[in-house]
Write a protein that binds this ligand. Structure first.
Ligand code: DQA
Length: 147
């Protein structure tokens, strides 16, 4: 069975393409999803992309990922900087997780420089725009293969 990767996106990422394009780029989340599908195919994997503005829904999706998905790519949006609940959910399931941010969170307001999600992530990719999701898929393909 092909490995399946869950690509989770937090609040306001449904507005990608329209939202502060100078910071987040012009790609919509839908087009990022399509690029991820294509990339996953070349890696012999499958992906499912979801987005929620609701912290609890993200926690529930993480909890129910066990046994279905082999790894998680997570752009938690602003919840990255605030959510101990998402950190705890990631720790509870223990799936290999790569954190992604479109923008370079270290070049912005200081409150963005800390991410709770990083503490449960194998790696963090930020500042490379939509390409970050594709790089995360590359990394996870290798990681889940080695497991
Ligand atoms: C973001 C960075 C966060 O600080 C911000 O709240 C977002 C998007 C990014 O992808 O660059 O919503 O996660």
């Amino acid at each position: 069975m092909a490995h399946k990767i869950l690509i989770l996106n937090g609040p306001n990422l449904n507005m990608l393409g329209e939202r502060e394009p100078d910071i987040y780029g012009g790609d919509s989340l839908e087009s990022i999803g399509v690029a991820c599908q294509h990339k996953a195919q070349t890696l012999g994997m499958a992906v499912e992309l979801r987005q929620s503005n609701d912290e609890g829904e993200l926690v529930t999706w993480i909890q129910s990922s066990v046994g279905v998905f082999s790894g998680i790519i997570l752009n938690g949006g602003a919840y990255s900087h605030t959510s101990i609940a998402i950190l705890d959910a990631l720790r509870a399931v223990g799936l290999p997780t790569i954190e992604v941010h479109l923008s370079n969170i270290y070049r912005r307001e200081s409150f963005r420089s800390h991410s709770y999600i990083s503490q449960a992530s194998l790696g963090v990719i930020c500042g490379l725009g939509a390409q970050g999701y594709l790089l995360a898929l590359d990394a996870l393909a290798r990681i889940v293969d080695e497991e």
